[in-house]
Design a protein around this ligand. Structure first.
Ligand code: AMP
Length: 810
């Protein structure tokens, strides 16, 4: 299948030319590619070399002394640099050899193509020329043949006409002979030409064209061979598995072989070997709880109303987390076993990978176990703290009454039932709690189930009793609510004030989650509140036996001298009777509404036993417990005071809801309304007297360290003979000092001290205000509290003014 045989046709010739053009274009592309490749390789070599240099630079020194990995790493970086150099060298080689060769080849190729084309054209032209000659000769031949025929016919004609002589005949003969000669010559020329053409045609077909084509083929093939060599050169210089690279790689392998995990830390361990760390002990810093009045104990969870819900939620969360943790751990354990047994590991490569997974899952399992242990410990701690509570009502975390028990001294020896604030004395509750938690020495059981045991705590005939009442005793035939020591819904804050000595107890009711619960409150190293438990049979118990009625249960606890619960050790010694203030709700008959207070309506009412007409403040049943406590605060404060200008407390009704405060009825109603309606009918002297009443009331409160905090005409009442009485002690406080707190939500602006408002305005004097009175008012608004007059001084000024009125009246 050579060119000479198969490519003689015209189409083949043109195709061969196109082919050569295409080959030239291919070589051009190759050239461009080589240039690019060389550039890429050089760039790569530069980058590689710089990363190797970077790698060497960032290798930490001393810290990795003796590290096989570090040594190996350095060698690898060096080899990487060698790789870069080799790549660079190869690129140079490609450029100098392959590219140059390709350039020359390209030039040659163009030349050869040109020559082929020229040669082909030349021999083809030769052939065409000869063919043309033959045709031309043939045409000439025909022309001379015609001439010969003409001359011969003329000669024959004359010959016949003129005989054998004559000049004309000679002339015609001569012409005939010439034509004949021309014809013969042309004939010969034609014959010779044909001979030449035949020969040439044969040569053209069998020698010249095949020769040209054969030559061309051999040239082209030689080019291809050269190209092959060039490409081979490129390939050789691009072979990353060439001997040189293999050597580099071998050296890298050797470096890697030097890395031996078990030897890696030999030097390091030798250098830094030290004894294992001592376990760190986390201990509770007991100083943290020193001032917590025994409410917080070291290493013990505090279960009280502030924390109990949190603890329960925490417990639930922990239990859920433990469950989740366990499920996760089980899953991991199963898959870990699967992996370790190699069930799913057919190939060694996968085996290798899985061995890492085995380690990972082992680690995860261990972590989960640790987490679980931690959570289980916390769960145990919370559970035991909650369990310890048993039937005890959740104690108050912020028992203000407990504080008062400590800080308010009962001044009975000072001739009254008032409770005064005394300076806070340091009191180590923690010590007390600890002391009281010592094992309790059991008293012998009482002889009679109803008679209280005779202990230093127990009540005897001399037991105290609410004013004028019978001594408190626990007797039969009474219902619980009739017992003097049943205090109805008296709030816990009030209850703890009554229980002052260990063994003091009372029974009350409380509402929790809309459920009415009966609570036994006992003073025992603080205050304990036990919720009476109901058995499935409808009986009542604490930790001991159950009884058909709560009253019997309390009697049992009282008579047996057994602790209410093992944990508390609380024993009932002295039933605390209702105070004389504690009235039954049924003792009061509400008549008509007088007004509306912050917590509920205020009624005119009648006391059933005495028919006395009184005022009764009610507390809306729907109000939250906090508000109810606040409501009773007014009663608690008022019960200490007895003054003609302070509204008098008659009692509180806490046997059941709604709780109520019973007060003397002050018939004139609020001073504000009174003044708005009737001030025009009053003389200045009368008005000044009303001021004096208010000042007298306030002077009295001041002497009791009571700060009303809401003194205003609307909070004063007007009684018979226009006597003014201070009322509405809802915001009042018993304090040594008046501390402005954020708690004052609704501030009575006109009556509030300026520094409390930081407010520059001073009200102008109302009409007819005596100068002395306005001066007093302005002094009351002094910016600095210490410059303001106290109520003693105010009273004196107002009293002097009143006296002046009296004198002028006289
Ligand atoms: P308070 O809750 O103290 O503001 O009382 C609301 C309203 O009830 C007052 O404005 C008076 O009209 C009326 N009120 C309160 N206490 C008495 C009382 N002891 N005697 C007569 N009315 C009273």
């Amino acid at each position: 299948m050579g060119f000479s045989v198969h490519l003689q046709g015209k189409i083949a010739h043109e195709a061969l030319l196109s082919r050569q053009d295409a080959e030239i274009r291919l070589m051009d592309s190759m050239k461009r590619w080589i240039v690019n490749k060389v550039k890429c390789d050089r760039d790569y070599a530069i980058s590689l070399s710089s990363t190797a240099a970077q790698g060497l630079k960032t290798t930490p020194g001393d810290d990795l002394a003796g590290s096989l990995v570090a040594t190996s790493w350095r060698s690898i970086m060096e080899e990487l640099d060698n790789t870069a150099k080799q790549i660079r060298q190869n690129a140079d080689s490609i450029e100098s050899k392959a590219l140059d060769a390709l350039n020359s080849l390209n030039v040659e190729k163009r030349k050869v193509r040109k020559l082929y084309q020229e040669e082909h054209t030349r021999i083809l032209l030769q052939f065409t020329h000869l063919s043309d000659e033959v045709n031309r000769k043939k045409t000439e031949y025909q022309k001379y043949l015609e001439l010969y025929k003409l001359m011969r016919s003329r000669f024959e004609e004359h010959y016949v006409k003129s005989g054998r002589g004559g000049r004309k005949l000679d002339d015609v003969r001569d012409k005939y002979q010439k034509a004949c000669r021309k014809l013969h010559l042309t004939h010969n020329e034609y014959v010779l030409l044909l001979c030449e053409a035949v020969e040439f045609e044969k040569d053209f077909r069998t020698v010249l064209l095949p020769g040209l084509l054969e030559h061309q083929q051999s040239l082209q093939e030689a080019f291809i061979l050269s190209l092959k060599h060039i490409l081979q050169e490129i390939a050789n210089n691009s072979d990353l598995s060439s001997e040189k690279f293999r050597e580099i790689h071998k050296r890298i392998e050797n470096c890697l072989d030097t890395i031996k995990p078990h030897e890696e830390y030999k030097d390091f361990t030798e250098k830094y070997k030290s004894t294992p760390a001592e376990p760190i002990k986390f201990t509770f810093d007991e100083s943290l709880v020193e001032d917590s009045a025994g409410k917080l104990l070291p290493n013990q969870l505090t279960v009280d109303n502030l924390t109990v819900e949190w603890l329960r939620t925490k417990l639930n969360d922990l239990e859920a987390s433990i469950k989740e943790n366990q499920e996760k751990r089980n899953q991991l354990t199963n898959s870990h076993e699967g992996l370790a047994n190699g069930k799913t590991t057919p190939t060694s490569e996968i085996n290798n990978r899985l061995s890492t997974n085995v380690d990972t899952s082992k680690k995860e399992i261990n972590e989960l176990k640790c987490q679980e242990r931690k959570m289980l410990k916390q769960t145990e701690l919370i559970k035991s703290a909650l369990n310890e509570l048993g039937c005890e009502e959740v104690p108050s975390g912020c028992d203000l009454s407990l504080d008062n028990q400590t800080f308010i001294s009962n001044s009975s020896e000072q001739g009254g039932s008032e409770t005064h604030l005394s300076k806070r004395s340091p009191f180590n509750h923690q010590k007390l709690v600890k002391m009281l938690r010592k094992p309790f020495r059991r008293k012998s059981a009482p002889s009679s189930p109803v008679a209280p045991p005779r202990t230093r705590h127990s009540r005897s005939d001399s037991a105290p009793r609410s004013e004028g009442g019978d001594p408190v005793s626990i007797t039969t035939n009474k219902s619980l609510v009739d017992e003097e020591w049943f205090h109805g819904v008296l709030p816990r804050e009030e209850v703890v004030r009554l229980l002052t000595t260990d063994g003091d107890f009372l029974v009350r009711e409380t509402t929790r989650n809309d459920e009415c619960q009966t609570v036994l409150s006992v003073c025992w190293g603080g205050h304990k509140h036990f919720i009476v438990q109901t058995t499935a049979e409808g009986h009542y118990r604490f930790e001991g036996p159950a009884f058909p009625s709560i009253r019997e249960l309390i009697l049992y606890q009282f008579n047996s001298s057994l602790p209410v619960t093992g944990r508390s050790g609380a024993i009932l010694y002295k039933p605390i009777p209702k105070e004389r203030w504690e009235l039954n709700n049924d003792d009061v008959n509400l008549l008509d509404k007088l007004g509306r207070g912050n917590f509920g309506d205020v009624y005119r009412a009648q006391l059933k036993n005495s028919n006395e007409i009184v005022a009764v403040k009610t507390c809306r049943v729907t109000l939250p417990e906090e508000h109810k406590k606040k409501f009773l605060q007014e009663g608690r404060i008022l019960k200490q005071y007895d003054h003609p200008n302070i509204v008098k407390l008659i009692g509180i009704c806490v046997q059941k809801q709604p709780i109520m405060i019973v007060m003397e009825l002050v018939p004139g109603g609020s001073l504000l309304t009174f003044l708005r309606k009737k001030s025009s009918n009053l003389t200045d002297a009368q008005l000044m007297k009303m001021c004096l009443d208010a000042a007298a009331g306030m002077r009295y409160l001041e002497s009791k360290n009571c700060i009303h905090r809401d003194l205003a005409a609307r909070n004063c009442l007007v009684g018979y003979n226009n006597v003014v009485k201070i009322s509405d002690f809802g915001m009042s406080r018993e304090e040594e000092e008046y501390i402005v707190s954020d708690g004052m939500k609704q501030i009575p602006i006109k009556w509030t001290a300026p520094e409390a408002l930081n407010f520059g305005y001073r009200m102008p004097a109302p009409d007819n205000t005596p100068d002395e009175m306005y001066r007093l008012m302005v002094r009351c608004w002094e910016y600095k509290p210490e410059v303001r007059p106290n109520f003693e001084q105010i009273y004196t000024v107002v009293d002097t003014l009143c006296a002046a009125y009296r004198v002028s009246f006289l």
